[in-house]
Design a protein around this ligand. Structure first.
Ligand code: DX5
Ligand code: ZN
Length: 223
């Protein structure tokens, strides 16, 4: 069954406890944490301390997306802070097998993310070892950007490869997901939909999360 992962990048940090509770009650399955280092992407955000805090206020799995140039410097810290999923970028590290093995050895589910212009073939040989593939549907760095339509083809390609290889990874999509684009990515084969501004920047966070979750539960069909 597909899942909803609200991204706290767009949350109001002053009201984080309350906002997490609202999304939990309205269909969130995971909490997505965007870690940015000001180098791999032109923005800076959270460190392991926020994951530790989230673990105290929520029982949901924490899905950490590392948008950093030197991911292996940080995987231990994030694993120790309680991250359940740990995803690094294909573009950020040469030795991806080493990274995947290390993340799993630390007790986390291992994910690799690909930027919009990175082809699926760049991670083709890793697919049987991955728990998750994160397809960036915008160029990473900021919330509230417009969904890039050509990424749909990559989601379809991954879904086909998954059947062909009898692999078990989840397909996560991140960037520009709203009520409209949610339907397209679900039809293409996505399993986890990250949404930041489409939830936290709406007047009613509860309604926005609930509506997205109902689209997810209907798997892209009209609700
Ligand atoms: C973008 C981040 C996303 C971001 C998505 O670099 O990885 O997780 O929070 O934000 P929206 O849903 O607003 O596009
Ligand atoms: Zn993200």
């Amino acid at each position: 069954m597909p899942f909803l992962a609200p991204s706290i990048l767009s949350a109001d940090l002053v009201r984080l406890v309350e906002q997490i509770e609202i999304v939990e009650k309205n269909g969130a399955d995971l909490i997505h944490v965007d870690v940015m280092d000001g180098h791999f992407v032109p923005n800076m955000t959270f460190g392991p301390a926020i994951v530790e805090a989230l673990k105290k206020i929520s029982k949901l799995p924490i899905d950490v997306h590392l948008m950093v140039s030197n991911p292996m410097q940080f995987v231990e810290w994030f694993a120790a802070s309680g991250a359940n999923y740990l995803t690094i970028h294909q573009e950020a590290y040469w030795h991806l097998d080493r990274a995947v093995n290390r993340i799993k050895a630390l007790g986390c589910k291992a994910g690799i993310s690909v930027n919009p212009a990175t082809p699926v073939s760049a991670i083709r040989h890793l697919l049987n070892d991955l728990d998750l593939v994160l397809v960036m549907t915008v160029n990473p760095g900021f919330g509230g950007q417009k969904f890039i339509p050509y990424t749909l083809e990559k989601i379809r390609e991954l879904d086909e490869l998954r059947s062909r290889l009898q692999a078990n990874f989840l397909i996560e999509v991140d960037g520009g997901i709203d009520e409209l684009t949610a339907k397209s990515v679900l039809e293409a084969g996505a399993d986890i939909l990250v949404a930041g501004s489409a939830i936290f920047e709406k007047n009613s966070i509860a309604e926005a999360a609930h509506k997205l979750k109902s689209i997810i539960l209907a798997r892209g069909k009209e609700v």
